[in-house]
Design a protein around this ligand. Structure first.
Ligand SMILES: *[C@@H]1O[C@H](CO)[C@@H](O)[C@H](O)[C@H]1NC(C)=O
Ligand SMILES: *[C@@H]1O[C@H](CO)[C@@H](O)[C@H](O)[C@H]1NC(C)=O
Ligand SMILES: *[C@@H]1O[C@H](CO)[C@@H](O)[C@H](O)[C@H]1NC(C)=O
Ligand SMILES: *[C@@H]1O[C@H](CO)[C@@H](O)[C@H](O)[C@H]1NC(C)=O
Ligand SMILES: *[C@@H]1O[C@H](CO)[C@@H](O)[C@H](O)[C@H]1NC(C)=O
Length: 498
């Protein structure tokens, strides 16, 4: 059913929105056909944790696997058909961590800050068991030595001999190697061609240690450095495709590095979501041309640990949800959010990492939860035509799941004077006459660090990672004009299952 804008607008204005404050904004959107994008992977949301921190998060042997984290990851699974959630163990610490189970003396010229031992690998295996195989790790191996790959080969062999490969999504080699010329891990003239030769030698060494076919996460670049450009990425993807499970670029829209500060307004601006998709699109296209899945292997709101009041508030969840849709819209297969158990920006924190201590579930986790729920079935993005809007910071996404259309409205303008009157429809209507509406919000608004509630559920005060509250949605009846009309508060998310 095609309705004219005038008819739709009249419907909204006439709807009355009983009990709600006068709408400050009006948004009318129509879901069209399928967007030209791959199906959204059911495990698009994932985690990234520094190497020494990873075992603290999952529970370090001889401590048992951490039940709260098991439950929180299970909270991202809504169907037995969902692929395992990926937990990457990497970051700058990857190059500084070596498999050194017997605490051998190491060459002093290399900065090694963590010895990986049998207890680490036992912890991964134990966590994989506790998850019933519903997680898979990406251990990031050390690439600190450029002409000797015995260290990553030894770790790969240790993994082969102590962890089920079904619990390993891939291994990667080095972290943000495009920065090696700047950060002193290589000589100042280090470029893509030198990197490529080293990568090939390292890949051969770890393959000989028992790595199964296509079990490498490639690249792990981050920062648009010199010769490590889009063309190099495409060359890498096509020349190494036979080795690669996927290929990774890291992306943070904002930075707190070197004393730089940022604001929540910056995080909610289009540059931090659609602007990032524009930057990543050429890399994704290069990967696609080689048939290699493209992943954002490390991400979060604000690089260098996050910023208080920006990375740890409801606003960061609004950003993250929009960012996840933007990344899905350029065919990213995964986004691994970085951090934990400490710091400002992680989705999940532990103030005390002793066994059995409670987690702090941060706003970012709620975004991961909402995204995983709306994309749990084989779902495809629909093209959305926003035919009328008074506020472009109210974002509308639509998904076609199995027998269901799902609309996601993200109100990213906390300064709006009142709720937005939203009117949604689908070009070819096959939805039922009644849809279910669920929301994510917090009484404290965009700057709330706690008090978040998603469809009646909160993880505030959880001890074991399960939420409290009753799952609550409300019914919305289709109007005579064929639209679903409802209001969306500033700094909230509304999901309509039609
Ligand atoms: C995403 O994948 C679809 C389907 O394979 C393709 O048509 C589209 O060009 C891809 N987009 C990008 C940005 O790679
Ligand atoms: C790693 O083991 C070596 C050899 O025992 C030791 O010298 C070094 O301090 C250890 N490193 C860390 C960070 O514990
Ligand atoms: C890797 O593990 C498998 C199964 O445990 C074993 O058969 C194989 O010999 C191992 N590979 C190496 C290189 O040790
Ligand atoms: C962490 O919890 C353990 C177990 O309850 C306790 O013994 C320890 O003192 C706590 N550590 C801190 C820093 O509070
Ligand atoms: C989107 O809606 C506008 C306003 O109704 C209309 O003019 C335009 O043709 C629509 N775009 C598409 C792609 O259908």
């Amino acid at each position: 059913m095609v309705l004219s804008t005038a008819v739709l607008a009249a419907t909204v204005l006439g709807a009355g929105l009983a009990g709600a404050a006068a709408p400050a904004d009006t948004v009318v959107a129509v879901a069209m056909g399928l967007a030209p994008v791959q199906a959204v992977p059911t495990n698009l949301v994932g985690f990234s944790i520094e190497v020494p921190d990873a075992t603290e998060m999952i529970g370090k042997s001889p401590d048992p696997p951490r039940l709260a984290l098991v439950n929180l990851i299970r909270g991202l699974h809504h169907s037995e058909l969902q692929a395992p959630t990926v937990v990457r163990a990497g970051g700058n610490s990857a190059d500084e961590s070596v498999w050194n189970p017997d605490h051998q003396a190491l060459p002093p010229q290399y900065k090694i800050t963590y010895n990986i031992t049998a207890a680490d690998l036992k912890s991964y295996q134990g966590f994989g068991n506790a998850m019933g195989g519903r997680t898979a790790f990406v251990p990031d191996l050390s690439f600190i030595r450029g002409h000797d790959f015995a260290w990553p080969a030894a770790e790969a062999l240790a993994i082969n001999n102590s962890i089920s490969w079904s619990y390993i999504h891939a291994v990667s080699i080095g972290n943000e190697c495009d920065l090696f010329a700047q950060n002193g891990l290589r000589k100042p003239d280090y470029d893509y061609s030198q990197y490529k030769a080293e990568f090939e030698a390292a890949a051969a060494a770890i393959t000989a240690a028992g790595l199964p076919a296509k079990t490498i996460r490639g690249a792990t670049w981050c920062c648009f450095q010199g010769t490590f450009n889009e063309a190099a990425f495409a060359d890498y993807a096509s020349s190494q495709a036979a080795l690669l499970r996927d290929i990774s670029y890291h992306r943070y829209p904002l930075s707190h590095c070197d004393g730089h500060t940022t604001t929540l307004e910056d995080l909610l601006a289009p540059e931090a979501s659609s602007g990032q998709a524009d930057k990543m699109r050429p890399f994704s296209e290069g990967a696609a041309a080689a048939g290699v899945p493209f992943v954002i292997g490390e991400s979060n709101s604000v690089a260098c640990g996050g910023q208080e009041g920006v990375s740890d508030v409801l606003g960061s969840a609004l950003w993250a949800l929009d960012f996840l849709f933007e990344m899905a819209s350029i065919n990213a297969s995964m986004v691994n959010f970085h951090g934990g158990p400490r710091g400002i920006y992680p989705p999940i924190k532990f103030a005390n990492t002793s066994a059995g201590m409670p987690p702090t579930v941060q706003p970012l986790y709620y975004a991961m939860r909402v995204f995983s729920e709306v994309t749990a079935a084989e779902s495809r993005l629909l093209s959305v035509n926003v035919t009328q809007t008074t506020n472009s910071q109210v974002r509308v996404w639509a998904l076609q799941g199995v027998g269901k259309t799902v609309f996601v409205v993200i109100h990213k303008d906390p300064s709006a004077a009142g709720p937005a009157a939203v009117s949604l429809s689908k070009l070819e209507t096959s939805e039922p006459d009644t849809a279910q509406l669920g929301t994510l919000s917090a009484p404290g608004g965009a700057t709330a660090k706690s008090g978040l509630v998603w469809v009646g559920l909160t993880w505030d005060g959880t001890t074991d990672g399960t939420p409290s509250g009753q799952r609550t949605t409300t019914s919305v009846k289709r109007s005579a004009a064929g639209t679903f009309d409802f209001s969306v508060e500033p700094a909230s998310v509304a999901v309509l299952w039609a």
